[in-house]
Design a protein around this ligand. Sequence first.
Ligand SMILES: [Zn+2]
Length: 151
Amino acid sequence: MTEPHETGQEVSLSALCGRQIAEHLFLGLPYEACGVLRGKATAGGMRIDTFVPMRNVAPDPLHRFVLHPEDWIRECLRGDDLIGLFHSHPHSLPVPSEEDLQQLPLFADLLRVYMIGSPDEANEKVQLNGYSILKGMDGLHTLQPAIVKHG
Ligand SMILES: [Zn+2]
């Protein structure tokens, strides 16, 4: 691993949250699963303690996700601890796709964490990657890999 510049922020995930994400991901197969993450900022990054599963209403849920607007609006109005977005890549690695980056401006101002999970079906686990959502001087958002801690 060569990371000569800054190291990523830490995203810590409660054990319960990790289990709920895995459950939602596997239940959704073969389609992409999605939901939001609630939590708070900490000294070194962020702490996530709630996962709220959402319906994926994409016309092609095998390869895309679109949050159900009712679910999304309800969560936006529920409090100020909305911190991130999760979705799964059932058939590819948990790294942002071209399409994910194109969709990013839809949520980026509201959120700080972007998580993607892929199923590791052999041992029923999820490979989970986390990214910090950063906004550049040019107003454009980027995703910087974060360090995901469990427990
Ligand atoms: Zn994606």
